[in-house]
Write a protein that binds this ligand. Structure first.
Ligand SMILES: C[S@@+](CC[C@H](N)C(=O)[O-])C[C@H]1O[C@@H](n2cnc3c(N)ncnc32)[C@H](O)[C@@H]1O
Length: 290
């Protein structure tokens, strides 16, 4: 391993703290897009916190960006911000007085509309362990730095990120849909580029309410993409085999989190020659992105 890329310098754009967030990949996505030329449409079909799609929009790396997500709670956030409720959602975030009691009261009532659902989702994402929103995730007791339930609630930062995204909403589209359907319908268009980050085969079940993906079918669809794509996966044997059987290129990327654990992820594409010197670089990334 040669140089270490410290992703602390990558601007954080997402209002979510997302398990499996892709900040570490941002420098490589810039290299990839520079190598293939500016896409007319950049699609992130498993959007989650949408770090990559947001970066592409903010850094003007494509004409338009389309985010796709199946989960109704996560979708409520994108629908609010990219619809017309970004300002209202920001204000709710800024004015909420967060305590264990107010959180329990907020999360106990059925949402009265999409914006309230979005707000509940953002709060849940900040008060549950590890940002995990799958059923069974629990509220933080001591917080992640001894500051209790508010330890990851940064209202000014979250509100600012929401406003910044809302200001670009004319260039960012959102679909609450199944990723595979969207890939299938845009695959024949040569000017469309996809960043595909599905729930992983090993940890996915624990992290997201929607984690059952037909991986073989996803690879089949990727093979039909006329533009280009980049996929990320856990470096699991069956996934490597699938990639090989479709003739895709793979590269293992190593990362070190703030607990100094080395993690390995797999990049999959048609041709990863653009990775070049970045191949051997180790990313240093936070344990969970804020
Ligand atoms: C690995 S996460 C994406 C993380 C994201 N790239 C980021 O940087 O924040 C996978 C996401 O895909 C969503 N998802 C799972 N199955 C899906 C499907 N069939 N269609 C669309 N989204 C799906 C999950 O709800 C989850 O938000």
């Amino acid at each position: 391993m040669s140089a270490v890329v410290n992703v602390a310098s990558v601007p954080k754009r997402s209002p979510f703290r997302y398990p499996g967030g892709k900040t570490w990949l941002v420098p490589r996505v810039r290299t990839w897009l520079a190598s293939i030329g500016r896409p007319r449409l950049f699609v992130e079909p498993f959007a989650g916190g949408a770090i990559i799609g947001l970066t592409v929009a903010f850094e003007d790396l494509a004409d338009r960006v389309l985010l796709v997500e199946k989960d109704a709670d996560v979708s409520a956030v994108w629908r609010s911000i990219l619809g017309r409720s970004g300002e209202a959602l920001s204000r709710r975030v800024e004015t909420f007085s967060l305590s264990r009691d107010t959180v329990c009261a907020l999360l106990a009532r059925p949402p009265r509309g999409v914006e309230e659902r979005a707000f509940q989702t953002l709060v849940k994402n900040r008060v549950q362990h590890g940002g995990i929103m799958a059923p069974g995730a629990s509220l933080m007791k001591n917080g992640e730095n001894g500051k209790g339930i508010t330890s990851r609630w940064y209202p000014q930062t979250i509100a600012r990120r929401i406003r910044d995204i809302a200001a670009r909403r004319k260039r960012i589209g959102f679909l609450q849909s199944d990723a595979l359907d969207v890939i299938s319908s845009y695959a024949p268009a040569s000017h469309v580029v996809f960043f595909i980050d599905p729930p992983y085969t090993v940890a996915g079940r624990r992290l997201y309410p929607h984690s059952d993906v037909d991986h073989a079918r996803l690879f089949e669809l990727a093979a039909n993409i006329r533009g280009d794509f980049l996929m990320t996966y856990d470096s699991a044997g069956p996934i490597r085999k699938l990639a090989e059987s479709f003739g895709f290129d793979t590269a293992e990327v190593a990362m070190k989190n703030t607990h100094h654990a080395i993690l390995r992820e797999l990049l999959i594409g048609r041709d990863l020659a653009w990775l070049g010197a970045e191949m051997g670089q180790l990313s240093l990334y936070p344990a969970l992105e804020d």
